[in-house]
Design a protein around this ligand. Sequence first.
Ligand code: NAD
Length: 394
Amino acid sequence: MIIKPKIRGFICVTAHPDGCAAHVQEWIKYVKSKGPIAGPKKVLVIGSSMGYGLASRVTAAFGSGAATIGVFFERPSEEGRPATPGWYNSIAFTQAARAAGLYAKNVMGDAFSDDIKAQVIAAIKADLGQVDLVVYSLASPRRTHPKTGVVHKNCIKPIGAPYTNKTVDTDKGIVSEVTIEPATEAEISDVVAVMGGEDWELWIQALSDAKVLAPGAQSVAYSYIGPEVTWAIYKNGTIGHAKDDLERAAKAIDAKLKANGNGRAFISVNKALVTQSSSAIPVVPLYISILYKIMKARGTHEGCIEQMQRLFATQLYNGNTAKFDEAGRVRVDDLEMIPAVQDAVRQIWPAVTTENLEAQTDIAGYRSEFLKLFGFGLAGVNYEAEVEPHVPMI
Ligand code: NAD
């Protein structure tokens, strides 16, 4: 099959196996180039196939030589249709890790379910004994609650009042105004159920009950805060509400892990980046396009892998003491949030139009990063050649 990008709204419905593998290789090469990290040795990554979770897994394996178990929910290929990119990423990662002599196991399925938690615990018991780091990096459109069976849906909406701002159709390059109606109370609690901290707590409880957390084990989950221009839709909206709940859970989990050989749990606030999840949030892609332009010009731009390598090497491990902000969070969004960068965003924001989008923003960079998520635009990959889309999970 010859596989080309097919973009539908904010998602690409095709993915290129060789391109995804090349993307994973780029990340491995980057982590290796930064030198070894005196870091974790047995790591569970929940949400390991894309974005920040995949970058965490690559960093743990190729920075610290860690054995990794990855949990993810991806769709395999079907007749005439490639698999989702996280499927190919996970295969490429696993092949590379095993070739380097590292243990790597994949558990494919719904991380919110009791069944997947049980499968992971069985794998840890059988192969690793215990884990010393649990990375929680899920971003999901829905969650079936394991106790009630209720399906909670994720929706990105403001709270309290409608929100109007500029947004960009990244595919068509059209800048327009969008108004998003506020969430209902039910929608707010649904988003908290999907993206809040309850499932992270259930994971840690299950792992702790099964005695598969090593003494001193740590856990980290990821959040975003961002600048005021996005607050109505992010920090003060439904997703921000869920992230507040994630912070509540971090404190509860931290207390539990402290009692287990002085471990800890915390939130790392990461930079805004092009991922499948962030591209679905209105307004945010325009902000990211402007941000990329400014940060690239300053030489401070980072992607998922640079962010996670820096988190592990300078905050969590290597003998460093993590620097926490006033709310107890680690901040690797520091370079995004410095005043000079945000002042520049504020200057550009009102001036952006469809006509000057290319000049005022890094929409070109946004598009190429977006295509890369699906394995397109990677150097050295022949996109005109036939490629086998049906690859079994390993
Ligand atoms: P992503 O969409 O790139 O990856 C999400 C991962 O979750 C994938 O591996 C997917 O397979 C997995 N997943 C989703 N539903 C699942 C399920 N039911 N069972 C098992 N696995 C499932 O997401 P991302 O952007 O890397 O986000 C990860 C975390 O980082 C989120 O908490 C997000 O809020 C946070 N974050 C993202 C950004 C950003 O700009 N993208 C910035 C800061 C923080």
